[in-house]
Design a binder for this molecule. Structure first.
Ligand code: ADP
Length: 449
């Protein structure tokens, strides 16, 4: 087992990893930019080291600075969290070249899944059902138009290198194809340096269902059920729950087995998420994320496992601490993502926290790096906390969410908490009848008219 781990991240996820390290008796090293000198992850880690100026490109994304920090502190392994360098195959290669360990999958698996076209081809070969669409990349507009006619509109044009909701454009009709195709390409090029795009049938009312998988890198893998992350704004998740209200035990067992078999066959190591759209009882693969997800705590809550501890274990060469038969669902969990943003405008709102009180009590987990007096810097993601509740069933989880949202105090900046208060009054949230378009349509109806 490692003696010391460096966490190449900040905010709540850095705290999450530090907590796992501490429980395992492993020393932790925080890295930070000059803008984060007073951040909670720096205070909480056993050691900390400044790796550069505020812009991420010169600090949290600087591979030489992070490797140097490992050498200076003697850390043997790096946990990347999510975002930043967590899905950067080149980073993994450099880490290995320096004799260090990356707590995550291999560079090869990150590379395969990071390119959505290759990921889809790989999944088709592994027997995973996919969204109907182009076979590989679409080279030009004429081909795109021809495919649109054959498949039938609407279709979605996606950048193969896309992520975070960027590089995706819907063409509702043939008339939209030219601008959708050009924009998806341009966004892919600008944001990811790759203008290759592909086309998929655009599903009208699917749910976003993702399967948590975990492998030991030696051909063994399990699944930890699904998360329903259908409540999204601009293709970004804001509310996630497990188990999915629309998924039966039989469906879970079946798709879970397909996913666990697929990752076992490629000797996948660590945590991964296989994302699907789900409509009329069918699952359609969209992408695989080769890292810990923001919403992993809902899975931890219902299975009673620590996914970060497990990541560290398998990265150090130990076997997984659970087998498929050990994994049983207990109750229901919901996470809401709280951002420092105006509501309903969703404009970033960094600033000084003048008062902070985290909710507590039975079944409540608040993952946040906030504290009173902390100044949220303007340089990074606006996520400031995740409120996760766990109940014996969905009803209890929702009541607990309602109750704990009422206890939360964040003063000094605007937050998206009012969004969740408003959602608590919606019948569809209580019945679980929503799809990936529900939230945007509701926001339009309630706040834009
Ligand atoms: P990203 O990598 O940017 O997160 P994904 O491929 O995971 O992109 O898709 C993100 C979201 O976009 C999905 O959860 C869904 O809401 C929407 N989406 C993606 N593909 C389709 C599709 N074929 N039909 C309808 N919606 C889609």
């Amino acid at each position: 087992m490692f003696d010391k781990i460096l966490i190449a991240n900040r905010g709540e996820i850095a705290l999450r990893v530090i907590r796992a390290c501490r429980e395992m008796g492993i020393a932790s090293v925080a890295v930070h930019s000059t803008a984060d000198a007073d951040a909670m992850h720096v205070r909480m880690a056993d050691e900390s080291i400044c790796i550069g100026p505020p812009p991420s490109s010169e600090s949290y994304l600087s591979i030489p600075a992070i490797i140097a920090a490992c050498e200076v502190t003697g850390a043997q392994a790096i946990h990347p969290g999510y975002g930043f360098l967590s899905e950067n195959a080149g980073f993994v290669q450099v880490i290995e070249d320096h004799g260090l360990t990356f707590i995550g999958p291999t560079a090869e698996h990150i590379r395969i899944m990071g390119d959505k076209i290759t990921a889809k081809e790989t999944m088709i070969d592994l027997g995973v059902p996919c969204v109907p669409g182009s076979e590989g990349g679409v080279p030009d507009l004429a081909t795109a138009q021809k495919l649109g006619e054959e498949m039938g509109y609407p279709v979605i044009i996606k950048a193969t290198a896309g992520g975070g909701g960027r590089g995706m454009k819907v063409a509702q009709t043939a008339a939209d194809m030219e601008s959708a195709f050009m924009t998806a390409r341009a966004e892919g090029k600008a944001a990811f340096g790759n203008d290759e795009v592909y086309i998929e049938k655009y599903l009208q009312r699917p749910r976003h269902i993702e399967i948590q998988v975990f492998g030991d890198g030696k051909g063994n893998a399990v699944h930890l059920g699904e998360r329903d992350c259908s409540l999204q704004r601009r293709h970004q998740k804001v509310f996630e729950e497990a188990p999915g209200p629309a998924i039966s035990a039989e469906e879970r067992a079946e798709i879970g087995r397909v996913c666990a078999d697929a990752v076992a066959r490629i000797n996948y190591i660590g945590a991964g998420t296989i994302e699907f759209l789900y409509e009329d009882g069918q699952f359609y693969f969209i992408e695989m994320n080769t890292r810990l997800q923001v919403e992993h705590p809902v899975t931890e809550a219902i299975f009673g496992v620590d996914l970060v501890r497990e990541q560290i274990r398998v990265a150090s060469g130990l076997p997984m601490s659970f087998a498929q038969d050990d994994l049983e669902i207990n109750g229901h969990a919901i996470e809401v993502r709280i951002n420092a943003e105006t509501f309903p405008g969703f404009a970033p709102h960094p600033g000084k926290i003048t008062a902070y009180h985290a909710p507590g009590g039975l079944g409540v987990r608040m993952d946040s790096a906030l504290y009173q007096g902390y100044s949220i810097p303007p340089y990074y993601d606006s996520l400031i906390g995740k409120l996760i509740v766990h109940g014996r069933d969905r009803r209890e989880a929702l009541a607990r969410l309602h109750r704990s949202l009422g206890e939360l105090i964040v003063d000094g900046v605007e937050t998206t908490v009012p969004l969740f208060h408003a959602l608590m009054a919606e019948k569809d949230i209580h019945t679980g009848e929503y799809n990936i378009h529900w939230l945007e349509r509701w926001l339009e109806r309630e706040f834009e008219s």
